[in-house]
Design a protein around this ligand. Structure first.
Ligand code: PGA
Length: 255
């Protein structure tokens, strides 16, 4: 399960939040849940220092990266640079990147390859808009995004991926998808992986649900067949609510 802080927390509030999380999460919850935190770039180094010095079993994550390892790309941060900071998971293709920064499926694919090339795990986000859902175009949209992300990749690479189903209308709105809709979409994503990369990859890949996840709806999402974890935005910003989500996840399944 992953906490995406988006453009929130400077390095000082980030340190305080991670320290508070250290007190709020019990050691037994960490043992059953794989947790990653995705601070903004400016706070990654500070969060890394706290996680390593306090020996907290939380993986460091990033929210994005550039697809080249270095070069004349003013303002950008490469996957190679993130790997040097011991980042393990990198979100690629978040709907906010696709929507506000014009990221195409091709760019998302190039970023995914950059993350794999640098020995980290991509968390690839896919999801439909409200209009697409209402027009009955959800499957088509998911299929186009998943195909662009993984077709032609080696089965071993696909097996390592985390795919996040994030319906755009559920992000930051307080309107989570129903368990049935999330289960159906995650099932479709898994069957696309089976078709494109084989049964082995479809079993190995981890699929998260994201969109208005909170301490109350985490357990029911994770109890659903085929939903392996959650990608949390707003509710990961405060240590108490993120700790409650981790503990709900630890009580229900591997997340
Ligand atoms: P939210 O964001 O939990 O605030 O809805 C989820 C996300 O964008 O990953």
């Amino acid at each position: 399960m992953s906490g995406n802080w988006k453009m929130n927390h400077d390095h000082l509030t980030a340190i305080r939040t991670v320290q508070a999380l250290g007190f709020a999460v019990s050691a037994k919850d960490y043992r059953v849940v794989d947790v990653s935190l995705h601070p903004p770039f400016t706070a990654i180094r500070s969060v890394q220092t706290v996680l390593e010095s306090d020996e907290m079993p939380i993986s460091l994550g990033a929210q994005d990266c550039h697809f080249e390892d270095k070069g004349a790309f003013t303002g950008e941060v490469s996957a190679a640079m993130l790997a040097k900071l011991h980042v393990k998971y990198v979100i690629v293709g978040h709907s906010e990147r696709r929507m506000y920064f014009g990221e195409s499926n091709e760019v998302v694919r190039a970023k995914l390859e950059a993350v794999l090339r640098n020995h980290m795990v991509p968390i690839v986000c896919v999801g439909e808009t409200l209009d697409e859902r209402e027009e009955g175009a959800t499957s088509e949209r998911l299929s186009a995004q998943v195909t662009a992300a993984i077709s032609g990749l080696a089965e071993e690479s696909v097996s390592q991926l985390v795919l996040a189903y994030e319906p755009i209308w559920a992000i930051g709105t307080g309107l989570s998808a129903s368990v049935e809709d999330a289960t159906q979409a995650c099932g479709l994503i898994r069957s696309l992986v089976a078709e494109l990369s084989g049964e082995g990859a479809s079993r190995a890949v981890r699929i998260q649900y994201g969109g208005s996840v909170n301490p109350q709806n985490t357990a029911e999402m994770l109890a659903a067949a085929g939903i392996d974890g959650v990608l949390v935005g707003g509710a990961s910003l405060e240590a108490a609510s993120f700790a409650a989500i981790i503990s709900a996840a630890a009580g229900s399944s591997d997340a």
